[in-house]
Design a protein around this ligand. Structure first.
Ligand SMILES: Cc1cc2nc3c(=O)[nH]c(=O)nc-3n(C[C@H](O)[C@H](O)[C@H](O)COP(=O)(O)O)c2cc1C
Length: 179
């Protein structure tokens, strides 16, 4: 049966490299895997007053998309050694009832210009999920560093080794969804 993997990109930029990595993952996925990138530009900043008035449509769509997925991958940049507000905001909304992340395996992939391949953001991502979910289904994160050398002229992830590593990581993530 086809596994549905939801991709959430922690950058709103049209030319986002992390969105390019999500596209590469979708293209590298096996026949039995569908990777869908969820649009999140309309998700407002978390505000308890807005929540009290009723969840905005975009937040309902976010919860529903996560609940319907077999797995979720955050494709996120690193900002100042941590998560960009865009990614953290999505996590904050998802942490509120009905907390669709609770039973959905979740992992992160960071694509960064630096050589540390997002060690800061990926570490903080895991800390947040640990704090939020306690016994959530953990899966190793994946970092792609020095991306300037790995993109083609259209900004797509073209480096053969990076694509092979991403494809292998994704295959392991999808295989873990069965266990
Ligand atoms: C506010 C800000 C902080 C940043 N901090 C880091 C950082 O800590 N580590 C890093 O590798 N890159 C950092 N960068 C560079 C981003 O990784 C780079 O802009 C990347 O292309 C953003 O991802 P995107 O292409 O998906 O939008 C930062 C960029 C911005 C705008």
């Amino acid at each position: 049966m086809t596994k549905n993997v939801l991709a959430i990109v922690g950058s709103l930029r049209k030319g986002s490299v992390n969105r390019a990595t999500a596209r590469a993952a979708a293209a590298l996925a096996g026949d039995d895997v569908s990777v869908t990138i969820l649009p999140i530009a309309d998700v407002p900043l978390y505000n308890g007053d807005v929540e009290d008035r009723g969840l905005p449509e975009s937040v309902v769509a976010l919860h529903e998309a996560v609940a319907a997925a077999d797995g979720v991958i955050f494709f996120t940049p690193e900002y100042n050694g941590s998560l960009p507000a865009v990614a953290k905001n999505v996590i904050d909304w998802l942490s509120r009832p009905p907390n669709a992340l609770e039973n959905t395996p979740t992992a992160a992939v960071a694509t960064t210009p630096g050589g540390r391949a997002g060690a800061g953001v990926l570490g903080h991502f895991e800390q947040i999920l640990d704090h939020m979910l306690g016994d959530y289904i953990r899966f190793e994160s994946h970092g792609i560093g020095k991306y300037f050398d790995k993109l083609d002229e259209d900004g797509e992830l073209a480096d053969e080794d990076a694509r092979a590593e991403l494809g292998a990581w994704l295959a392991r993530f999808v295989a873990s969804l069965d266990s």
